[in-house]
Write a protein that binds this ligand. Structure first.
Ligand code: ZN
Ligand code: ZN
Ligand code: ZN
Length: 509
């Protein structure tokens, strides 16, 4: 079949509605080429391998950004123009840039990169490296999980003390809700059970409360971090630790507490459609001469003080602004006392190591609402009916609650974030001093790619030249499905080779 390649150009075919799936990065069926000659056409052009090299940095991406214009290389010290290239002289007349999406469900390749960066970032904050002093490994640090309150019973996986699965919600006698539903469940749910996280009675469930909780979670977290810091400062004062005279960046002198608290956290969307937070919390000292230095805290403050501060702060609560359906506002708290918080020392004698914590946080950093079965882009009045239904499934009712409550002038943000089930916060955040930034990791990777000196990351990104792009947006997505197939396949093969080499090196070591 002589297909017209333009008929399948991802730009035009890129779906945004229900059923949106990224392009397959690997494992495409062979029939793909049979249906579309664009791959054959591309692969038989004289400069095919030049093109493949040209797209290499974006090759694995599902939906790269294409840019055109001028790229100039400038000496950072002198400002001298070293070289200038027009993309018109490059293959396709464009530059391909990875989409950079962190979500695995949107772009598996860019999400993998993001996950690696998230791992490095969290790990450096606990073990040092990437410009963070190795002494951070000695700072008291804890790993905490902050869960939301309950909005009604849901099917869950439970286990006894020995880790054996036990029934979900066993009761000897019938436990009837006002709708006549028996709220008992004797099943031992497996990981892939689609009922996990869904309410035992959808009509009893507090969808408004959960939508508002998701929306309020960033504010609850902010108040929690303030409470932790205040508690630590109070402890320092009780111990009689002297306050530090610190010279600020602007040269003024001020008196500051001798200890600071740094945070790195990710938000995880639970199956029941509510966010909860996993956080690394670390104590730092204060350098009188450099406000940005990361130094150990006073020795008198230990991990027990940090654990106590976190436990104390986990009882923070606040009441939201009113809404016509809830004139007194909603009371926002973490989960029930004793159940809402789990806090454990990192790198102490237990099995919570920096690597484990970093891996854990990185895993959740690339996820979003997909665990609830809902994936969509931002919703508007044209698309809302596809996803919201107050008599529908669990996610549909939650989205309906966001949309309905968000109809009020003071609550419009709930509509804006309805596709995130009300949550409008960031999925990975850190305080300024916690660790390196994603930016530094990205720069280091660019330098590594340019120099290809080996497998070590550049410790400090040495930028002597500056790439100035006078580039404009030319389009997004691969030009043809054939280009997508060829580039994605090349990237997958390169990754396999890389992983195989690494395994052989590990086996030989
Ligand atoms: Zn991508
Ligand atoms: Zn159950
Ligand atoms: Zn009910």
């Amino acid at each position: 079949m002589a297909a017209d390649p333009t008929a399948v150009v991802p730009d035009q075919a890129h779906p945004s509605g229900p059923g949106h799936r990224p392009h397959p990065a690997t494992g495409s069926s062979g029939s793909f080429v049979g249906r579309d000659e664009s791959a054959f056409q591309r692969a038989t052009t004289p400069d095919y391998f030049g093109w493949l090299e040209h797209v290499r940095s974006a090759a694995g991406c599902s939906h790269p950004i294409r840019l055109s214009g001028e790229v100039a290389t400038v000496d950072r010290a002198t400002g001298q123009l070293l070289a200038s290239v027009s993309t018109a002289d490059l293959p396709d007349g464009e530059i391909y840039k990875p989409c950079g999406n962190r979500r695995h469900a949107v772009c598996p390749s860019c999400a993998r990169t993001y996950q690696r960066d998230a791992y490095q970032l969290v790990k450096a904050g606990l073990a040092g490296g990437k410009g963070i002093p190795a002494t951070v490994a000695q700072h008291p640090a804890v790993f905490g999980t902050f869960t939301a309150s309950s909005f009604g019973p849901v099917h869950t996986q439970r286990s006894d003390r020995a880790g054996r699965p036990i029934p979900c919600r066993p009761r000897r006698h019938a436990d009837l809700c006002p709708h006549g539903v028996d709220l008992r469940c004797h099943q031992r749910h497996t990981d892939d059970d689609p009922t996990l996280g869904t309410p035992l009675c959808l009509d009893c469930y507090d969808y408004d409360g959960q939508a508002v909780w998701n929306h309020s979670a960033p504010e609850l977290w902010r108040r929690t971090t303030i409470a932790i810091t205040r508690h630590v400062h109070a402890r320092a004062r009780a111990l009689g630790l002297p306050w530090v005279q610190q010279v600020t960046d602007s040269g003024r002198v001020r008196l500051v507490p001798p200890v600071k608290v740094s945070f790195g956290k990710v938000a995880e969307m639970q199956r029941r459609g509510v966010v909860h937070y996993h956080a690394v919390i670390r104590l730092d000292g204060v350098d009188p001469h450099d406000p940005n230095a990361v130094i150990p805290p006073p020795a008198a403050l230990g991990v027990d003080d940090l654990v106590a501060a976190v436990q104390h702060a986990a009882v923070v609560a606040f009441t939201t602004r009113p809404h016509p359906v809830q004139p007194a506002g909603w009371h926002i708290t973490w989960g029930d006392p004793g159940k809402g918080l789990d806090v454990q020392p990192v790198n102490a004698d237990g099995d919570i190591t920096d690597g484990k914590v970093a891996g854990y946080l990185a895993k959740y950093a690339t996820k979003s609402t997909e665990t609830t079965g809902h994936v969509s882009r931002r919703l508007d009045s044209d698309t809302i009916d596809l996803y919201a239904n107050h008599q529908g499934t669990h996610p549909e009712r939650l989205i309906d609650a966001c949309w309905t409550l968000g109809g009020h002038r003071d609550w419009q943000q709930l509509r804006r974030w309805a596709h995130m089930l009300g949550f409008g916060g960031h999925f990975l955040t850190k305080s300024r001093r916690y660790s390196v930034t994603f930016r530094i990791l990205r720069d280091a990777r660019v330098i590594w790619r340019r120099t290809e000196t080996g497998h070590e990351w550049a410790e400090q990104p040495v930028e002597t030249t500056l790439i100035v792009g006078l580039l404009s947006y030319a389009g997004s997505g691969w030009r043809t499905t054939g280009d997508a197939l060829l580039a994605n396949t090349a990237a997958a093969m390169a990754r396999e080779r890389h992983e195989a080499a690494r395994e052989e090196m590990t086996a030989a070591a």
